[in-house]
Design a protein. Structure first.
Length: 195
């Protein structure tokens, strides 16, 4: 089974996370931020991962450190659970409609962490959550997981819909990319022989 459990404690956050790539989409999330809980719950569901996250952060300051560090720990867990990446599909992409919002994402589990971010989020906040933290979360995730991640907004004007569409689309793309290709289950999906 492709499972990882990671704990990370700093002066700003204390995070415990478990991830099962071959799960059922169940989630138990306590990030300290209701909006982030919502995004991570739907992320797990749409990726088909089992995900548990507990984060105690310096939310008296804001949610920046929590969002960034959850991205770091989730990225580390993804890299650990994937191991040598033998047999994975490697690439995944998805275009997801969320009411008026339309989000396209593409992923390459390349070993090279990179985010190309193209969301135009109109509001600075959703509830108490600073919307610029969406980019911070995905930067941390991409870097630590070693994935190339492209996120593009094709349409949309509602802040909640745009962000939710992005999390769902990334989850769907990632769920595709981590799947085992039965015809190549013992092969590294690269002509280099390593990812």
């Amino acid at each position: 089974m492709r499972i990882a459990k990671i704990s990370r404690k700093t002066a700003e956050t204390d995070i415990s996370l478990s991830l099962n790539l071959d799960g059922t989409g169940s989630a138990k999330i306590d990030s300290g931020c209701g909006f982030m809980d919502h995004m991570l719950t739907l992320f797990a569901h749409h990726a088909g991962f089992d995900l548990e996250v507990s984060c105690k952060g310096d939310t008296d300051v804001d949610f920046h450190h929590s969002a960034e560090d959850i991205g770091i720990v989730l990225g580390d867990a993804l890299a650990q659970a994937l191991g040598d990446k033998k047999g994975i599909t490697r690439y995944g992409s998805f275009i997801l409609p969320m009411d008026e919002a339309l989000i396209m994402t593409a992923i390459d589990i390349s070993g090279r962490g990179h985010l190309s971010y193209g969301l135009e989020i109109p509001a600075a906040r959703v509830g108490q959550f600073d919307t610029e933290l969406v980019q911070e979360f995905f930067i941390s995730l991409a870097r630590r997981a070693g994935i190339t991640l492209h996120i593009r907004q094709l349409a949309g004007f509602n802040t909640h819909h745009i962000i939710e569409g992005a999390f769902k689309s990334v989850a769907r793309s990632l769920g595709i990319a981590v799947k085992i290709d039965p015809s190549k289950a013992d092969a590294i999906p690269s002509t280099k022989g390593v990812l």
